[in-house]
Design a protein around this ligand. Structure first.
Ligand code: GLU
Length: 468
């Protein structure tokens, strides 16, 4: 059997972490089995679907690197096919027109609620009774007795009684098909082998199985994923902070780190936390997905992001960092080699936003010194130290970290100063603040021109201090 999974978002908002986790599990399962992963945009709800959401979902999937093998298919382009199937269901006696008025349905629902019954359509039009001159919908004739058994790969066997399910609407009065119908037709036509989705769809699954049976179609395997909770135990939502995938990009996360975090939300392999993409594909299995809900933990995601920043190929980190530098109006072409810079900064930066911020001085001149650092390190006597460094730096032939380091050491020795009294003023002079990678790396990354100019600027600044 060819394994085929799908991700089928409704474009009514951005791609959120719950959706991304569903997409990831589906993608991994297909990859693991050399199968296919389908992207399907479920845009039949014309009032709530927007092009902006479609674009946001595609952008999110692309950023995560969850490439689809087929699609994206748009349900709005398949209306003819749904009409044909609805007609087939009508012709074969599996569906019927319903002319019940809204008032009647409302009244019925109210009575059922009062009598503490589950609101459900009473099947009046199933038996040919109808009111005149009202809009017409089409309902599926759900079996009235018996049960539906879902053999869920994650949750095990789930049995629902047909008498609990009513005759659901499959076409609205304007003829447009509804969610449960379109999903069934698409999963059938697209030969989806595994339907992997959130467990909020469990009730729909029973209905969908009944429709598939009426169409005499094979059933896919179902795998319903447990909910994701916020740290307060409630279902993860906007109020827990960032839930949009692209917000994580904006906040400086690497897509690989987010994927690694998401794979552990509801799935585990021993107590391993960090997985390469290859390991995820090889080790992932639906059978190991937890039944219980899992909680989103922002601290852990941040920790993982730092692991990825520190341990990934610096070229890869640099590629993503460029975007953040540009966001902060820093021109990455105007200074230190990006890959070397990443290597120098990655221990201290947990996000790419932090790294871009902490690296500004490598690419553009700063307008002022960090006041505290300047006050502490720029004293009248510092001028001599900086002047000596400037003279020696100007004289060296090859701008090399080791040679520069030797000069700093020698200067401290000659002037009988602690190393910090030389290196720290130098650091503030060339970086604007007191935090940077080791002084030799900082100097070599900055390059001769920036270092010499900035030392001279600092000397002038100190001179002016004297005058005040
Ligand atoms: N379009 C549905 C949603 O976004 C998902 C449908 C499905 O996976 O079957 O919730």
């Amino acid at each position: 059997m060819t394994i085929k999974t799908r991700f089928a978002p409704s474009p009514t908002g951005y791609l959120h972490v719950g959706g991304a986790r569903t997409a990831l599990f589906s993608w991994l399962y297909a990859k693991k089995h050399q199968g296919k992963f389908v992207l399907r945009i479920e845009d039949t709800d014309l009032e709530r679907s927007t092009q902006a959401s479609v674009d946001a979902i595609l952008e999110g999937m692309q950023w995560l690197g969850l490439e689809h093998d087929e699609g994206p298919f748009y349900q709005t382009q398949r209306f003819d096919r749904y009409k044909t199937i609805i007609q087939q269901l009508l012709d074969q006696g599996h569906a019927y027109y319903c002319r019940c008025t809204k008032e009647r349905l409302d009244e019925m629902r109210d009575t059922q609620k009062q009598q503490k019954q589950k609101p459900r359509y009473d099947g009046r039009c199933r038996h040919g009774i109808s009111d005149e001159n009202v809009e017409t919908v089409i309902r599926f004739k759900n079996p009235e007795s018996g049960e539906v058994v879902i053999h869920d790969v994650v949750k095990g066997k789930i049995t629902l009684q047909n008498k609990e399910l009513d005759d659901l609407i499959i076409a609205r009065s304007d003829g447009s098909p509804t969610y449960n119908l379109t999903v069934v037709v698409d999963d059938m036509d697209m030969k989806i082998s595994h339907v992997i989705r959130g467990d909020d769809h469990l009730n729909n699954t029973a209905r969908q199985i009944n429709i598939l049976n009426a169409l005499e179609s094979d059933l896919p395997q179902y795998a319903h994923l447990p909910m994701i909770l916020g740290d307060d135990g409630a279902r993860l939502s906007k109020r827990h902070g960032a839930v949009s995938v692209m917000q994580y990009r904006d906040d400086g996360f690497l897509p690989e780190a987010l994927l690694n975090y998401l794979v552990r939300l509801g799935w585990s392999h021993g107590d391993q936390e960090v997985f390469s993409m290859e390991e995820m594909i090889n080790l992932f299995d639906l059978k190991d997905v937890n039944v219980a809900a899992s909680a989103f933990n922002s601290e852990k995601l941040l920790w993982l992001n730092h692991q990825y920043i520190m341990n990934s190929a610096p070229e890869m980190v640099a590629k993503h960092l460029v975007w953040h530098l540009e966001q902060q109006n820093i021109d990455p072409k105007n200074g230190a080699d990006l890959v070397l810079m990443v290597q120098a900064q990655r221990e201290r930066c947990k996000t790419l936003v932090e790294m871009a911020k902490a690296s500004r001085y490598f690419y553009s001149d700063f307008e002022q010194y960090d006041p505290k650092a300047a006050k502490k390190n720029f004293k009248a006597a510092t001028e001599m130290v900086l002047q000596s460094l400037l003279d020696q730096f100007s004289a060296i032939d090859i701008w090399d970290g080791d040679a520069l380091h030797q000069i700093v050491l020698k200067t401290a020795e000659t002037m009988e100063l602690k190393l910090g009294k030389v290196a720290q003023p130098l650091r503030v002079a060339v970086c604007g603040g007191s935090v940077s990678p080791s002084i030799d790396i900082t100097l070599s990354l900055l390059g001769r021109e920036k270092v010499l100019t900035r030392i001279q600027t600092a000397i002038n600044y100190i001179k002016n201090l004297d005058n005040e």
